[in-house]
Design a protein around this ligand. Structure first.
Ligand SMILES: NC(=O)c1ccc[n+]([C@@H]2O[C@H](COP(=O)([O-])OP(=O)(O)OC[C@H]3O[C@@H](n4cnc5c(N)ncnc54)[C@H](O)[C@@H]3O)[C@@H](O)[C@H]2O)c1
Length: 135
């Protein structure tokens, strides 16, 4: 099975690497080109015990890939996990703009989507995947 994880932060990078460790072919996608370039060089931007070794091993064995190109990646995967950030908005509530940004290409590609965010975000993404008008 091939999957994509959109958002290569704490949640996306750790879960993507764990799926790769279990033998799944994983592409981690992020809009942050510097982060993706660093990961391609084997530089892991966060600290989790054992993560560096797991990233390097799975990359070397061809199960873990990194890209900024979500659209191309979607042509080649069966399931997509959304793990983009939901930073605090000015009033302290979660800013959901990244969730909605990602919903559009996901809906267009008609892939199975798994939402890794909190419950309210899952509800919003589900609603966006159903109701978005694609231009
Ligand atoms: N970190 C935690 O312990 C934790 C626990 C439970 C739930 N969550 C939820 O999981 C989600 C991810 O959290 P995190 O801590 O990994 O966030 P993070 O900020 O560490 O990472 C989010 C990543 O998403 C990327 N991104 C933003 N817009 C994008 C887009 N359009 N396409 C591709 N990538 C994009 C950012 O560049 C960033 O690398 C959040 O909704 C958060 O609330 C996090």
């Amino acid at each position: 099975m091939k999957i994509a994880i959109v958002g290569t932060g704490y949640v996306g990078l750790v879960s993507g690497t764990c799926f790769a460790e279990m033998g799944v072919d994983v592409t981690c996608v992020d809009v942050n080109a510097e982060k993706i370039e660093a990961l391609e060089r084997g530089e892991v931007p966060i600290y989790e015990p054992g993560l560096d070794e797991m990233v390097l091993r799975n990359q070397r064995e061809g199960r873990l890939h990194f890209t900024t190109d979500l659209t191309t990646c979607l042509n080649d995967v069966d399931v997509v996990f959304s793990a983009v950030g939901t930073p605090p908005d000015e009033d302290g509530s979660a800013d959901l703009k990244y969730v909605l940004e990602v919903a559009r290409p996901l809906r267009r590609a008609r892939k199975h989507v798994v939402e890794q965010d909190a419950m309210a975000t899952q509800w919003l993404l589900r609603k966006a995947l159903i109701n978005l008008t694609i231009s």
